[in-house]
Design a protein around this ligand. Structure first.
Ligand SMILES: [Zn+2]
Length: 332
């Protein structure tokens, strides 16, 4: 049976983005696959008064079970209210790859969906996005489209190289499709290995620094569609602290490189209203679980290794909201 997001206490992204645009910050969109990640996102965003977009990929929805997920969304809102958090909460489909999937999510209580037609030829992308928008808007669900292709791997989405967004396409795309926000490609990338070491330089500390984001493209996009909400995917910083913790505790991550936080801070102050963070959350969870396993090899209660991971993820989220996205203390 179909359920509208409003019955679950969720909101779409319209008001969130309006406020983020006016006050020059970005709303965090955190991906999750399990209960502990969801708890950490709600507690982290709630404690620092940040709006939040709970983000679910197609793969995560299959992993978690669509019915359970809908109820998790409802439970997350109820938990937040019981904790006294006034933050708005959206439930968003990340990288929807078909009209049918978007419809299924909307019927299942999602308040926002992404239709990613970026790998299609332009006209096909317009046609598919427009079709999703027409259905979504009848249910007051907001839609994110994408122009330009990001490199990297995210679930089934694999792209060998990035294709930057062509700024001259954006007005036409937004006008023809009626989308509410637009993901663009300006040099971010999916996954923990965003750049090859040979693409990077090394700073004084010996840390790999990737090529800077294409702020010139972002600026031109802003000039053409002023006040329109822009989304950045593949925007984890791949925090060195957690990469090192993983490797010190039996892991083998090599030369993982992310987007420097100061570049994200700059983007958050522009028309970028939503920043997606997935890999950083995965790294925190893995680092803490590995650390516990190494320090306490006799431990076999999942709460004893997932609990510390959840705690650390919550702290990472608070730090990111406060110091990178600027989304904290907006709903106290
Ligand atoms: Zn993405």
């Amino acid at each position: 049976m179909a359920v509208n997001f409003k019955e679950l206490g969720l909101v779409n992204t319209r008001e969130m983005f309006k406020k983020a645009m006016e006050q020059e910050y970005a709303v965090p969109a955190y991906n999750f696959n399990n209960m502990e990640q969801l708890q950490a996102i709600i507690m982290g965003c709630g404690r620092c008064g940040s709006p939040v977009i709970l983000q679910v990929s197609k793969g995560a929805r299959e992993y978690a079970n669509a019915t359970l997920l809908r109820n998790l969304g409802k439970g997350a809102v109820e938990m937040a209210r019981e904790e006294g958090f006034k933050i708005p909460i959206a439930l968003h489909l990340d990288h929807g790859d078909s009209y049918e999937l978007c419809v299924s999510c909307i019927e299942g209580g999602f308040s926002s969906v992404m239709i990613d037609g970026s790998h299609h030829p332009y006209e096909k992308n317009v046609e598919l996005t427009k079709k999703v928008v027409e259905y979504a808007h009848r249910h007051d669900v907001t839609v994110e489209g994408e122009l330009g292709v990001l490199a990297g791997i995210e679930d089934d989405v694999v792209a060998a190289r990035s294709v930057y967004t062509q700024p001259e396409d954006v007005e036409d795309f937004v006008e023809k499709t009626g989308v509410d926000s637009l993901a663009i490609s300006i040099g971010t990338s999916h996954g923990a290995y965003k750049f090859r070491p040979e693409q990077c330089t090394r700073n004084e500390q010996g840390v790999l620094v990737p090529p800077p984001l294409r702020f010139d493209i972002l600026k031109e996009v802003e000039r053409r569609i002023p006040g329109f909400p822009i989304v950045l995917h593949g925007a984890s910083s791949v925090l060195l602290k957690y990469v090192n913790l993983i490797n010190e505790n039996g892991g083998a991550l090599e030369a993982a490189v992310g987007i420097p936080e100061e570049q994200l801070r700059k983007a958050a102050r522009s028309a970028v209203c939503k920043i997606n963070i997935d890999s950083d959350g995965r790294l925190v969870m893995t680092a803490m679980i590995r650390k516990t396993f190494k320090e306490k090899p006799a431990e076999f209660d999942p709460r004893k290794y997932l609990g510390p991971a959840r705690e650390e993820l919550m702290n990472m989220i608070i730090d990111k909201n406060r110091n990178v996205l600027g989304s904290a203390e907006r709903y106290d």
